[in-house]
Design a protein around this ligand. Structure first.
Ligand code: GDP
Ligand code: MG
Length: 444
């Protein structure tokens, strides 16, 4: 179902009319999201955000409008899942008590062990509490996993008192100065069992007062995620979410609904049955997967280049206006842009008022062979940030050091410095040249 989004992206990029393509894509996106688990109200609010941004913002000049549009879709979805930031998964205080909740089979017990292993590797003293008194084999399962990762498990297979075990387990570990305590609970899904499960979760929550409640959901859960998450959230406020079985075919679209229902952040994803198959959630990668997108990644890369390029353009405008000077760091970026976006003269063309008509001596000055660019970049790679930002401090001894560090001759480095000065000078003369031309031909 979510494969439809991937197809929608392809179709969109292949459509010859932009407006029609946008309209169709939004419809396809909505359809794909709805048929693959995401709640309708959420789909509508996402598509409204996208439409609003389309109306408000203007697409960057050098970027294809279609690519810009896809990047907006991508950004809006990523934002929803936490944006650029990887979640903070480390305990915000010590000791830290975590309560796991979720339906039977979602992967709670496995995830409990995986997380214990994760925190143990980070150097925390971790203890597990087996509070699933509902399924007879649950205690043994956790003990088995605990042995595997060498983490102690507290439990009492003869007792049915989940609240009592949780409390005793917590206190026992606290008294031994354990730092991260994870309580594995029961999940059941037989008819009429839901209410008793929720009551039990509430009782454990009230008694233990955990620092975090983690909802474990299976990637294939689908539409049910919203109601399920809301129900748990009411009895034990969900702070984090783990999506399991991401190694399967399901893409985890239901997670979107679980996030919407709780406002919680997705912290980890489970990618297999083994204890080390747990990854810190990466919003961008998750959305890429959701949208099905080799294509999108190239577009996002390009978007970053464009931002860099526009930044550089702005800086050059300032220098032309007599404000400041390019640094070597700018020159470095210019080389990177040069390789991807074309020559400096092309960048200049995008600066308002610096039209194509401007006869430009810069052509010769900046026309550098690939070889030379490689040398210059090597030299700049051997410079410190301080030198890149303040090239005037680069004296003879620094030149010698840079040459040695980059395997170049001192003359190569001096040539870079001359090129650097020439570029600044050239930009400064542009303003005057532009004025002269305006005098002769009127505004260009
Ligand atoms: P619980 O009932 O919520 O405690 O679920 P369990 O932890 O017992 O897991 C149920 C089943 O799902 C077991 O067979 C696990 O091995 C499997 N499982 C859990 N997490 C993952 C995962 O990330 N990937 C895969 N492939 N299987 C998983
Ligand atoms: Mg279990």
């Amino acid at each position: 179902m979510l494969d439809n989004i991937k197809d929608a992206v392809k179709k969109f990029l292949g459509n010859s009319s932009y407006d029609k393509a946008v309209e169709e894509f939004i419809k396809d996106l909505q359809k794909a999201l709805i048929t693959s688990d995401v709640k309708v109200s959420l789909v509508l609010s996402l598509s409204n955000n996208i439409k609003q941004r389309l109306a408000k913002e203007k697409s960057p000049s050098v970027m294809e409008r279609k690519e810009w549009f896809i990047s907006i879709v991508y950004e809006e979805l990523s934002k929803f899942f936490g944006g650029d930031r990887a979640p903070n998964v480390l305990p915000s205080k010590l000791p830290y008590v975590i309560m796991m909740v979720g339906v039977q089979g979602s992967g709670k017990t496995t995830t409990t062990a995986k997380m214990a292993y994760f925190y143990k590797k980070k150097g925390y003293k971790v203890g597990l509490v087996a509070a699933d008194t509902y399924r007879p084999a649950a205690y043994d399962q956790l003990v088995q996993l605990g042995k595997q990762i060498q983490v102690p498990v507290f439990g009492d297979p003869s007792s049915k008192d989940a609240v009592g075990i949780s409390l005793r387990g917590k206190e026992e570990f606290l008294s031994q100065k354990f730092e991260v305590i994870i309580i594995d609970t029961a999940g059941r899904h037989g008819y009429g069992e839901e209410t008793s499960l929720l009551e039990e979760m509430q009782s454990i929550y009230d008694a233990v007062k955990p620092d975090d409640v983690i909802l474990v959901i299976d990637a294939s859960i689908g539409q049910k995620a919203y109601d399920l998450a809301s129900k748990f959230h009411k009895v034990a406020p969900i702070g984090s979410i783990v999506i399991t079985k991401m190694d399967g075919t399901a893409k985890g679209g239901g997670a979107l609904s679980a996030v919407a229902a709780t406002g919680a952040q997705i912290k980890f994803i489970g990618t297999g049955e083994k204890v080390n198959e747990l990854e810190v959630f990466d919003p961008r990668r998750f959305v890429s997967r959701l949208l099905g997108m080799g294509d999108i990644n190239t577009i996002i890369e390009k978007m970053k280049e464009v931002e860099d390029y526009e930044d550089l353009q702005k800086k050059m405008e300032d220098v032309i206006e007599g404000k400041g000077k390019l640094t070597l760091r700018d020159i470095y970026r210019q080389f990177v842009a040069l390789r991807k976006m074309g020559p400096l003269s092309k960048i200049l063309q995008h600066i308002p008022g610096m039209g194509v008509n401007l006869p430009s001596p810069s052509e010769d000055q900046v026309k550098l062979g690939e070889d030379k660019i490689k040398k210059f970049m090597a030299a700049m790679n051997s410079m410190t940030y301080k030198e890149l930002d303040n090239p005037s401090i680069i004296d003879r001894s620094r030149i010698r050091r840079i040459a040695e560090g980059s395997g170049l001759t001192a003359e190569d480095v001096r040539e870079l410095m001359r090129q650097y000065e020439a570029t600044n000078k050239m930009l400064k003369t542009l303003k005057k040249r532009k004025k002269d031309l305006e005098k002769m031909f009127g505004n260009i």
